[in-house]
Write a protein that binds this ligand. Structure first.
Ligand code: RP5
Length: 156
C-alpha cells in the first residue's frame, strides 16, 4: 500500500522532503503532490477522492499559515490523515498548528509537531506495519538503532 504526501505550496518542500525520504528509507511507496485547499480546491478533491481505490493507506498533509489542507483532505476521505504544520514566515508556525489541531468532532486529523515531517512518515509507516510483518521488523530495527545511538552518546 502507498502513502499520499500533499503540501500546500512548493515552499513547503524543504521541510517535507524529510517525509518522503523517510518513507523511501523504509521502502514504502509514496506519491507526492502540491495541491492547496484554497488555491486548487477542485483538484485536491479529485486527487483525494481517488486514493482509496488506488490502494493508498493514509495521507500526510502539510501546510502553513491558515492551514486548512489536512482538514479538507480528511473531509474527502476516511483514510487516516496525518497533518504537518509548517513553520512559515510568521508566528513561528503556531497559526498552522492551531489550524490543524482544532478539528471538529467527527473528522479526525492526527497532527504532529511543527515541521514534524519525519514523525509524520514514521507514524504512517507504523500504520502500515500493523499488517506488514517485514515493515514491523524494520521499525523495530530503527528503534533499536536509535536507542543504541542515545546510549552511546557522550557529552563534552
Ligand atoms: C500554504 O501557504 C502553504 O502550505 C504554505 O505553507 C503557505 C505559503 O505558501 P506560498 O505563499 O509560499 O506559496 O498554503
Amino acid at each position: 500500500m502507498k502513502i499520499g504526501v500533499v503540501m500546500g505550496s512548493t515552499s513547503d518542500w524543504g521541510v517535507m522532503k524529510a517525509a518522503t525520504e523517510t518513507l523511501a528509507q523504509f521502502g514504502v511507496e509514496s506519491e507526492t503532490k502540491v495541491l492547496s485547499a484554497h488555491r486548487t480546491p477542485a483538484e485536491l478533491e479529485k486527487w483525494v477522492s481517488g486514493l482509496r481505490e488506488r490502494d493508498f493507506a493514509a495521507v500526510i498533509a502539510a501546510a502553513g499559515g491558515a492551514a486548512h489542507l489536512a482538514g479538507v483532505v480528511a473531509a474527502f476521505t476516511t483514510l487516516p490523515v496525518i497533518a504537518v504544520p509548517i513553520k512559515g514566515k510568521t508566528l513561528d508556525g503556531l497559526d498552522s498548528l492551531l489550524s490543524m489541531v482544532q478539528m471538529p468532532s467527527g473528522i479526525p486529523v492526527a497532527t504532529v509537531a511543527i515541521d514534524g515531517a519525519k514523525n509524520a512518515a514514521l507514524l504512517a509507516i507504523e500504520m502500515l506495519a500493523i499488517t506488514d510483518a517485514s515493515l514491523k521488523e524494520k521499525m523495530d530495527e530503527f528503534r533499536r538503532k536509535q536507542a543504541e545511538k542515545v546510549l552511546a552518546s557522550t557529552l563534552d
